[in-house]
Design a binder for this molecule. Structure first.
Ligand code: DGJ
Length: 718
C-alpha cells in the first residue's frame, strides 16, 4: 500500500454498520478472520469476537458483548488498562463512549475502519484504527489520542490496541536471547496473571527480545496445524507486550510502546499516535501465519517489498578496520569474479582528526580518512562501475565516539547526564534525535554522501549502542519524552531519506538483530539478523526470524565463522536469505571458489522462488539433528528444498521428509544442484519425475548420516 493508494473511497459508515438486536455491530474482516465490536446500551465499545470468519449475518445477533475494547484506568475494570490518562485537573480516570465510525477502502483488498470514542466528562478522544488486509489475513491496528482540555494532560499508558481471547488454554512463544544469540524460540503456557515481554534499551531495542510473538489457542500449535495468532509491533524503540489472564481465564493482549519512564504530557490539540500493531490469525499452524505475514510484508509494508535484492561482497570479516584503497579495489575484483551485484564497504573509512582505525574513535566525523582513501569515495564508486558492480557504504549516523570532532563541537547534541561520569557501550554514545537540529544533521550525513557520490547504491545503517546516560539537553523539563521522541525523530529522518531517495536500498543493522521491526522496514529493504554467522547458529536464528519476516529481508552472509562447516554448507545456509559473502576469497581453493560462483548463479535463478515465493518449514533444527526448509513459487511450478544434517547420531533412523506447498497434480523433476565441482549427487530420486502428491505424502530422503552435510534440491514442474 505504502503511501500511494490505488483506490480511495471514503464514506461514513455508521448507517452501514449492522444493528444486532439493540446493539450496533462493527465488523473488521479479512478473507478468513473476523474481529467484531459492538456498542452496548451504556454507549461503550466491546470486542465481541475474534476468530474464524462468520459468514451468516444473522448470527451477529447471537454474539454476546464480550470485553471492553479499550479499557481505561480508574473505573470498574480490575485488570491492565489500555489507557491511563490524568486530566489537567488531576482526575485520573476516563470513560470512553462510542461516537462514530468510518469505513474506507484503501484499495480493492484493503479496508480501514476507524472507531472514535469520546470521554463523557472531558474533551478527550480516542480513535481506534483497524486496517484489514483481506487477502493476507493481516489486521493492522493503532490508536490516536487527543484532547481539547485547558492544559496538557498526562498519558501514563497508551496501548496500540487491546485484543481479548476467551479460550481454554494459551501458549505463548517469545523470541529472546542476546547479541549473537538472537530470537531463541521459547514457549510457555499462560496461567492467571501477567507475562510481560518488554525492552528498555532505547535504540538497539531488540538485543534481548524481539517485538513479536506467537500465541497458540487451546493447544500448542504446530507448523501445519493448530490455531495461532502472531503479532508484531512496529516500533524501533522500547516496546512492551502484556499478556494478562484474568479470573475467568480470559486473556488480554496489550501491545504498545513500553511506558517505562515515559509519561507523556500531551498538549491540547496534539495527537498522540501509537505505533502500529500487526497481527495475523492462522487456523493451520505457524507455517500459514508466517506465509500470511511474508505476503503482507512484501505487498504492503517493506521498502521495495516486491522489488529485487542485490547479492554482495562485504569487507568487514575479511579486513576489519585494516584496509586501504588497493585492498578494497582488489576485493571489488573478487566481488566481480564471484558474480555478486555489489561491493559493500564496512566500518573504518572515515574521520581524520581521530581516524576510525578501531571502534574507539571517529564516529561522527563522516569525511573519508585521507591516508586510507586518498582519492575518496568517488575513486571507489568509479572502480566499482568499471568492474560492473554497484557500491554500498556502511554508516552509523545516530552515534558518536567521545573521541571525535563532533563530540568536541556539539556535546549538546549527545544524550548524556550533565553531572555524571559517562558510561559507554562499545566506546560510543547516542545522538539526541529528539532535537530537530540533530535530525537535520543525521539526514545530512546520507544526503551529503549521496550528493557528493550519487553512485552510492546502498547503505548499511548500523546502530551499536543502546541509549545510556539517559538525559536530553534539548528536552529540558520533558525528559520522560526522550525514549519516544528519539524514535519519532529517527522516523522523521528516515521519512526524509525515503522521500528524497525512494529507490535507495538500505540494510538495517544493529550489531545484529538489535533492531528488527516492521515500522523500520518501511524505510529499509532488509536487516542484519545477527553478527553470528556460524552456519549452525544461523539455522536457528534464521528459523526464528522466518516466523515473521520473509527471506528477502533477512541478510545472510557466508563468512569464516565455523570453518568445520564446508564452504558449501555455509553458502547453502546463507542462500535461504538475502545472500551475501563476507569472506576473504583468497582463502578458498579453486574448487570452493568455483562452487561459490555456481551457487551465486543458482541463487540468481532461484530468487523469484526464495525471495518472493511461499516458505514451508519442513523440519525444525530445534527438533533434532537435521533441518529442512523449502520455497515454492506462487505458480507452484518451481521449488527449492534446503536440507542440512547437523550432528546426526550413530545408527540414527533417518526417514523421508514430506514436502509441502506443491500442486498434487503436477509432475516435478527432482534435481540436486549446488554440487561441489567434480562430485555427483547421491540423492535417491535425483533426475527423476514425481507427482506433487507423491512428494507430499511419501517424501524424499533428504537427510544423511554425515555430519555438517547439506543439499539443495530444485523441483521443476514439467
Ligand atoms: C556491527 C555490525 O553488525 C557488523 O556487521 C559490522 O558492520 C560492525 N558493526 C562494524 O563496526
Amino acid at each position: 500500500m505504502k503511501t500511494k493508494f490505488m483506490f480511495l473511497a471514503c464514506f461514513f459508515c455508521v448507517s452501514l454498520s449492522l444493528m444486532a438486536g439493540d446493539k450496533q455491530t462493527i465488523r473488521i474482516g479479512t478473507e478468513a478472520v473476523d474481529l467484531i465490536y459492538q456498542v452496548a446500551g451504556n454507549g461503550r465499545l466491546y470486542q465481541s469476537y475474534l476468530g474464524r470468519k462468520l459468514h451468516h449475518e444473522a448470527d451477529m445477533a447471537h454474539l454476546s458483548l464480550g470485553k471492553e475494547a479499550y479499557p481505561t484506568h480508574g473505573m470498574e475494570d480490575y485488570f491492565e488498562p489500555a489507557i491511563h490518562v490524568v486530566h489537567h485537573d488531576g482526575n485520573p480516570s476516563a470513560v470512553l463512549k462510542y461516537q462514530s465510525h468510518t469505513r474506507q477502502s484503501l484499495s480493492p483488498d484493503v479496508e480501514e475502519v476507524v472507531i472514535t470514542l469520546q470521554d463523557d466528562q472531558y474533551p478527550v478522544s480516542v480513535k481506534l484504527h483497524y486496517v484489514a488486509y483481506r487477502k493476507e489475513n493481516v489486521i493492522k491496528t493503532y490508536t490516536e489520542i487527543s484532547h481539547q482540555e485547558k492544559k496538557a494532560v498526562e498519558l501514563h499508558k497508551y496501548a496500540s490496541a487491546m485484543l481479548h481471547m476467551n479460550r481454554s488454554k494459551y501458549f505463548l512463544t517469545e523470541f529472546s536471547g542476546d547479541w549473537a544469540n538472537e530470537v531463541g524460540i521459547k514457549s510457555q503456557p499462560l496461567e492467571f496473571g501477567k507475562k510481560i515481554i518488554d525492552t528498555k534499551l532505547g535504540t538497539r531495542a531488540n538485543m534481548f527480545c524481539s517485538p513479536f510473538f506467537q500465541l497458540s489457542l487451546d493447544n500448542q500449535a504446530e507448523e501445519e496445524a493448530g490455531e495461532v495468532l502472531v503479532g508484531s509491533l512496529g516500533w524501533t524503540g522500547n516496546f512492551r507486550f502484556v499478556f494478562e489472564v484474568d479470573n475467568q481465564n480470559g486473556l488480554r493482549i496489550i501491545p504498545g510502546i513500553n511506558p517505562y519512564a515515559s509519561t507523556y504530557r500531551l498538549n491540547p490539540n496534539e495527537v498522540f499516535v501509537t505505533p502500529e500493531f500487526y497481527f495475523t490469525y492462522s487456523f493451520d499452524g505457524m507455517g500459514q501465519a508466517s506465509r500470511n505475514l511474508h505476503d503482507w510484508a512484501r505487498n504492503h509494508q517493506v521498502k521495495d517489498g516486491n522489488g529485487g535484492r542485490m547479492t554482495l561482497l562485504n569487507n568487514w570479516e575479511a579486513t576489519g578496520f585494516n584496509f586501504n584503497e588497493d585492498k578494497l579495489v582488489k576485493l571489488m575484483d573478487d566481488a566481480a569474479g564471484l558474480g555478486v551485484d555489489m561491493f559493500l564497504l564496512d566500518d573504518g573509512w572515515f574521520a581524520n582528526k581521530y581516524p576510525r582505525s578501531s571502534d574507539h574513535q571517529g564516529l561522527g566525523d563522516w569525511d573519508e580518512t585521507a591516508d586510507k582513501l586518498p582519492n575518496g569515495i568517488s575513486h571507489l564508486t568509479r572502480a566499482a562501475k568499471e568492474k560492473g558492480i554497484k557500491f554500498g557504504l556502511w554508516i552509523e549516523p545516530e552515534m558518536v565516539n567521545p573521541k571525535s570532532e563532533l563530540y568536541e563541537k556539539h556535546k549538546d547534541w549527545v544524550i548524556h547526564l550533565p553531572n555524571r561520569d559517562e558510561y559507554y557501550f562499545r566506546n560510543q554514545m547516542v545522538l539526541d534525535l529528539s532535537n530537530p537540529k540533530v535530525q537535520d544533521y543525521v539526514f545530512g550525513i546520507v544526503d551529503g554522501l549521496m550528493t557528493r557520490y550519487p553512485d552510492i547504491a546502498f547503505f548499511k545503517w548500523d546502530c551499536n549502542s543502546p541509549i545510556t546516560n539517559i538525559y536530553s539537553p534539548y528536552l529540558k523539563d520533558k525528559q520522560s519524552h526522550l525514549y519516544i521522541d528519539y524514535v519519532r525523530g529517527l522516523y522523521r529522518v528516515l521519512e526524509r531519506i525515503n522521500a528524497k531517495y525512494p529507490a535507495l536500498p538500505m540494510m538495517l543493522c544493529s550489531g545484529g538483530g538489535g533492531r528488527s521491526d516492521y515500522e523500520a522496514l518501511k524505510y529499509f529493504t532488509e536487516f542484519w539478523p545477527s553478527d553470528n554467522t556460524d552456519p549452525i547458529e544461523r539455522l536457528f536464528i534464521q528459523w526464528g526470524f522466518s516466523q515473521v519476516f520473509p527471506a528477502k529481508t533477512l541478510c545472510a552472509h557466508v563468512t569464516g565463522w565455523n570453518r568445520k562447516a564446508s564452504v558449501k554448507f555455509r553458502t547453502e545456509v546463507a542462500m535461504m536469505g538475502k545472500l551475501g559473502f563476507d569472506i576473504n576469497m583468497a582463502e578458498l581453493n579453486e574448487k570452493e571458489a568455483a562452487y561459490c560462483r555456481d551457487a551465486v548463479k543458482n541463487y540468481n535463478c532461484l530468487k523469484p522462488v526464495i525471495l518472493d515465493g511461499d516458505m514451508h518449514r519442513l523440519v525444525s533444527p530445534y527438533s533434532g539433528n537435521h533441518t529442512s526448509t523449502m520455497y515454492v513459487d506462487k505458480q507452484q511450478n518451481r521449488a527449492v528444498v534446503f536440507a542440512f544434517d547437523i550432528y546426526p547420531r550413530y545408527s540414527e533412523n533417518i526417514r523421508p521428509v514430506r514436502l509441502h506447498g506443491l500442486d498434487a497434480d503436477k509432475m516435478y523433476r527432482v534435481k540436486e544442484i549446488n554440487l561441489m565441482p567434480g562430485s555427483g549427487s547421491n540423492l535417491s530420486g535425483n533426475g527423476q519425475v514425481f507427482s506433487g502428491e507423491y512428494l507430499q505424502n511419501v517424501g524424499l530422503n533428504l537427510f544423511t548420516g554425515r555430519q555438517l552435510n547439506s543439499r539443495v534440491i530444485e523441483l521443476t514442474a514439467e
